[in-house]
Design a protein around this ligand. Sequence first.
Ligand SMILES: Nc1ncnc2c1ncn2[C@@H]1O[C@H](COP(=O)(O)OP(=O)(O)OP(=O)(O)O)[C@@H](O)[C@H]1O
Length: 253
Amino acid sequence: MNMETIEIKDLHVAVRAEEPQPDILRGVNLTIRRGEIHAIMGPNGTGKSTLSETIMGNPNYVVTGGDILLDGTSILDATVDERARAGLFLAMQYPPAITGITNAEFIRAAVNSRRADDDQIGVMDFMDELDERLDQLKMPGDMADRYLNAGFSGGEKKKNEILQLLMIKPGLAILDEIDSGLDIDALRIVAAGVNSMRGPEFSSLIITHYQRLLDYIVPDVVHVMKNGRIIETGGPELAKQLEQTGYEQIQGD
Ligand SMILES: Nc1ncnc2c1ncn2[C@@H]1O[C@H](COP(=O)(O)OP(=O)(O)OP(=O)(O)O)[C@@H](O)[C@H]1O
């Protein structure tokens, strides 16, 4: 999990379909080094989730040009599982519900799938740590025993994504709109959870519509994505500026 750098180079992506589709991503360049937190903001439908899903290897998206490199090696041919084992993690914008597997079973499988065969975490150790993390996120203990996301409220689903993050401890976490649908207290708790991961071993790509989140999780770098490209890059002040001016003022093309 000691990845140093993810480099996204001139990335072009379209939806996988029988007929060729126009590119959604049209030349994204982005480099995130170990320890850095980057944020991406941008108008609806501009390609932010497409970028997240493509980094994670969702087969519904096809890379039509460019590359994604982990420490200099292309991961375009790697499966979702291989990318997860390499240290990538995606907190999804719309986490699906799966009945038939409990939350605890799902998370333990996710943790162990990233560990070597001789380093699997046992049930007792896992449950001890899970209880601590549930407490940390102020989630009721019985959420571990419920089916994954089944009947979870919008905010509970988002907290549950952060629970997975805290248990899995990935090298690079992509957080896609983890703040949407959270009440004020939950936003603080979720942000504190992410901040507890911060350090030289952890990097993150945070997608958000709201500068407010970035008051709690202060990013090193802020990017603006528009029409499938990153058109502006700056520090946290860029997010504050966007809040004032909106996206119209930022011209990428
Ligand atoms: N599987 C898909 N099938 C068809 N169109 C898609 C698919 N995935 C993405 N798109 C289209 O690609 C464009 C970019 O979508 P994406 O979800 O990446 O945007 P976004 O920037 O994350 O938007 P938002 O801020 O609204 O979440 C949209 O026009 C969307 O309709």
